[in-house]
Design a protein around this ligand. Structure first.
Ligand SMILES: [Zn+2]
Length: 503
């Protein structure tokens, strides 16, 4: 089994912000989960570096576009490990291998009869690097996304015959209702499709910052086609001397934000069909994080700045909050106050405290040794089917729902501690067997939730699993072992607070 998942490539003209962090974290969680299944996973992210906005910004600074791209790409590259994410490759669209692949694929599209020469005239947004259809232009000829004034542009272009894919795309949407998720985004793409596809420009004439059109050196490819092809080109050179295309193409999931839905849901499959390439399995569209400035915290102020959160609370806390507080796939408000609330009540109390007090009790009452006992039948049923349910949900990119399933068990373990009151059992020698069972069950429950939480909280889960595996024999991260009672923990050690209350 192989699993290939991508973030969009980030446009180097902007500085990394919360939106980039969000997508990267989500894709990393998907990738980690699938690694736990034992699948061959490839996680791609990178930067989109061509197009007019980059050229303009570079010229304004008096430098070459390449220099600006080099500088800004580094910031995006540095963001990935800061978020606790582990990608397999970082693509830059200025990589010569990528550029050559773009030329190869688009030449084939032309040979297949889907490219022609013409003149394009329309309203153009320099920030989108895109022409707007007449019905998308806001009042005062403004971009509906950027609110900047659009310019009327006319230029010689090569066109991509998107209209030729009206029926094939309608068939695709009829046959594969999960091609785009969530459903609202599927419907949005379908309604755009039903409004009738028109051909779109494939090249820009006046621009030089892009991938040259191999059959006409006065043109470069329109940045969107260049960018979309990263998902395909990367596999051909990500590992030097190897071509991973046959192993990983088609992609399992493209995860995107809703502003680039049309490119991924319509243009991209059409382009792939035109090039005789297989289509990705699914496109998942997440929502926007809306900053709720009303709810601000003392320590973080009113802006949820991912870098400030990471510096103070760690990457795991940011990952958890973003995937927990806003249902993945929907728009939702985020705030520094809500972050602190989740941190204190869920990470520090529910999880961190459960871990440290459980391990402390095993050390205090049993010198760290865990007796081999049956899992308490009082608790066992509450964990039945949990891993399968989590797999099913994350298989559909339902990261928030899966996290809720896991968190219910974290809460259940906390209730179990209160119900069983091991500190009472410890006072009574005749109940020593019960105490062994309660502690063994708790340790085993902690192990299961730590394994399941690894995609969300990789650093903390690993720390906890290390403490649980103090008897030697590295604890397994695979989902196959993530059932209550499957573990063989022999000895544990104390753990420093996973999420300290005072930071
Ligand atoms: Zn715009």
């Amino acid at each position: 089994m192989s699993y290939y998942v991508t973030t969009p490539i980030y446009y180097v003209n902007a500085a990394p912000h919360l939106g980039h962090a969000y997508t990267t974290i989500a894709v990393d969680a998907l990738a980690r989960h699938h690694r736990q299944r034992g699948e061959d996973v490839f996680f791609l992210t990178g930067t989109d570096e061509h197009g007019e906005p980059v050229a303009d910004a570079a010229h304004a600074l008096g430098i070459e576009p390449q220099e600006l791209a080099d500088k800004n790409a580094e910031r995006f590259k540095a963001l990935v490990p800061q978020l606790g994410a582990a990608n397999d490759f970082f693509i830059r669209t200025t990589d010569p291998e990528h550029m050559a692949k773009v030329q190869e694929v688009l030449t084939r599209v032309r040979e297949n009869g889907y490219v022609y020469e013409g003149t394009y005239e329309g309203w153009y947004c320099p920030r989108c690097a895109d022409f707007k259809a007449e019905n998308e232009v806001d009042e005062g000829n403004r971009c509906p996304i950027h609110h900047v004034e659009l310019t009327r542009e006319q230029e010689d272009s090569y066109f991509f015959k998107l209209s030729a894919f009206q029926e094939p795309l309608e068939r695709l949407y009829a046959e594969r209702e999960d091609f785009v998720a969530p459903r609202t985004r599927y419907n949005e793409a379908l309604s755009f499709l039903r409004s009738g596809l028109r051909d779109v420009p494939l090249s820009r004439h006046k621009l030089s910052w892009g991938v040259p059109v191999p059959w006409d050196d006065e043109h470069v490819f329109y940045v969107w086609f260049d960018a979309l092809l990263n998902y395909y080109s990367a596999l051909s050179y990500a590992r030097p001397g190897e071509d991973l295309t046959s192993e990983f193409w088609p992609a399992s999931y493209h995860v995107i934000a809703k502003d680039i839905l049309r490119f991924h849901a319509i243009y991209w499959p059409a382009l792939l069909m035109a090039a005789d390439l297989e289509l990705p399995e699914r496109v998942f569209v997440h929502g926007y994080l809306l900053m709720d400035g009303e709810k601000m915290s003392k320590s973080l102020g009113n802006v949820l700045d991912p870098f400030a959160v990471i510096e103070r609370f760690g990457a795991d806390a940011l990952r958890f909050y973003l995937l927990r507080d806003v249902p993945f796939g929907q728009d939702g408000s985020v705030s520094t106050a809500a972050f602190e609330q989740r941190y204190a009540s869920e990470l520090a109390n529910d999880f961190g405290n459960l871990a440290s007090r459980t391990l402390a009790m095993v050390v205090r009452y049993r010198d760290g040794v865990v007796s081999r006992t049956e899992v308490d039948p009082v608790l066992a049923p509450d964990f039945d089917g949990l891993t399968a349910r989590v797999e099913e949900l994350i298989g559909r990119a339902e990261l928030t729902l899966a996290l809720e399933e896991i968190w219910e068990r974290v809460r259940r373990l906390n209730r179990y501690v209160e119900e069983q009151a091991p500190w009472q059992l410890a006072k009574d020698d005749s109940r020593s067997g019960e105490l062994d069972r309660v502690l063994g069950t708790l340790v085993e429950g902690l192990r299961v939730v730590a394994v399941l939480l690894w995609p969300y909280l990789p650093a903390s889960s690993e720390r906890l699993l290390e403490a649980l595996g103090a008897g030697g024999g590295a604890l397994d991260l695979s989902l196959a072992g993530a059932t209550l009672g499957a573990g063989r923990i022999e000895r544990v050690e104390k753990i420093e607070s996973l999420f300290p209350k005072e930071v």
